[in-house]
Design a protein around this ligand. Sequence first.
Ligand SMILES: Nc1ncnc2c1ncn2[C@@H]1O[C@H](COP(=O)(O)OP(=O)(O)OP(=O)(O)O)[C@@H](O)[C@H]1O
Ligand SMILES: [Mg+2]
Length: 384
Amino acid sequence: MVLLNKYRKIQSELGIIGKSEQIRELIELVISVAPTDISVLITGESGTGKEVFAKAIHKLSPRRNGPMISVNCGAIPEGLLESELFGHERGAFTGAVATKKGYFELADRGTIFLDEIGEMPIQTQVKLLRVLETGEFMRVGSGDVRKVDVRVIAATNRDLAEMVRQGTFRKDLYYRLKAVSLHIPPLRERKEDIPLLIEHFMKEVTNRSEIEFAGFTEEAMEVLINYPWPGNVRELKNFIETIVILSRGEKVTAEMVREHLSHYELPESEENAALPMPTGKSVERAERELIYKALVSLGVEMREIKDLLYQITDRLNGRFSEGVVVTPATVVEEDEIKPMDQVEREMIEKALEKFHGNRRQAARALNISERTLYRKIKEYNLDV
Ligand SMILES: Nc1ncnc2c1ncn2[C@@H]1O[C@H](COP(=O)(O)OP(=O)(O)OP(=O)(O)O)[C@@H](O)[C@H]1O
Ligand SMILES: [Mg+2]
C-alpha cells in the first residue's frame, strides 16, 4: 500500500501514468539515475513516452532549476545540425550573419534532450562524443574551445546496434550513450496501463473543455484494451480526445470504438501489431509501398474521373453532335500515368493538409523521416 502510494505520488508529479511492472521498473531506474550526471539512452517505438521519461529524469535531478532543451535531431537539416547544437561565429558560413549560441550553451547547468539521435550525421556524432567525454566543444567557425556543464539524454526509435553494424552510428558513442538505457515497451505489451491512461486522458479533456462524457461500455473497453495501438500512448491520447467530443454525452459503444480506430482492420498477429518507424533497407521498402499505395488510390480516383469524363463527353457529344468531339480515351490516357515526382508532391501536400502542417505527423503518415519531408518541402517549394 505504501509502495502504491509512493508510485501514485511520483507518477502524478512526473506525469507518468501506468501501473504495469515495466513502468514501475522504469520509474525505479529514473529515480536512481536522476541524481547523477550519467547520460541516458531512451529507446522505444514512437509514442511510447520517451520524452515524458526524459522530462522526468530532469525534474528529479539536481539540475531541475536549470534549463531542459529538447532538440529533434531528425527535424533539423543535416547541414545545420552542428551549428544549431554548438553555435557558430559570425561569417562561419553563408547566412551566419551574427554569432549564435548553440543548444549546448543554452542548456548549460541543465539537461539537453537529443531526440531521434539515430538521425545525427557521423561528423556531428564525433563532436557529441567529445562534449560527452570532456564537456568541451567549439562553435562552428571558431577555434576557441568552450566548456559546458550539460547532462545528455538521448532518445531513438531506431535500432542503434544495427546502425553500428552498418557503420552509420559510431560504436564509441553508442556505448557511451547506452551506459544507462531505458527501454519503454509498446503499449500492447503492458495492457494493464490502458484503462489508467484512458481515465487520465478522459479527465484531461473533460476538465479542459467542460464537456460531458459518459464513458465506455464494458465491451468498448475490451476492444480498447485488446487493440494493438501501433501509435502507442500518443495514439490512445488522440483517440480519447476525439471520441470524447464525438460521443456527445452518450456512452461509447464497441462499434463506435472500432469505427474510429484508424488501424482497426489490422490483424493482431505479432508482425502486424507493430508499426515501428522504418530503418535502412526498410525505408526503401516503405517508400516503395507508399508509392504503390498512392498509385492504387490514384487509380481509383482516375477511374472515377474517367467515368465522369465519359458522362460529360457523352453529354457534350450529344449536344454538339457535329463539331467538337472530345475523345475521352485520349484525354484520360494522357493523364493516366503521372510522373513519380508529381505523385510524391501531391501526397506530401495531402499529408500536410490533413495534419494542418504538422510535419512530424505528416512524415509519420507518409512513412518517411521528418528530415526527408523537410527536404522535399524545399525541393517542391511547398508553401507551408
Ligand atoms: N506513461 C505516460 N503517462 C502519461 N502520458 C503519456 C505517457 N506516455 C506517453 N504519454 C503521452 O503520450 C504522448 C506521446 O509521448 P512522447 O512524446 O513522450 O512519446 P515519444 O516516445 O517521445 O514519441 P516519438 O518517438 O514519436 O517522439 C504525449 O502526449 C505524452 O504526454
Ligand atoms: Mg519524442
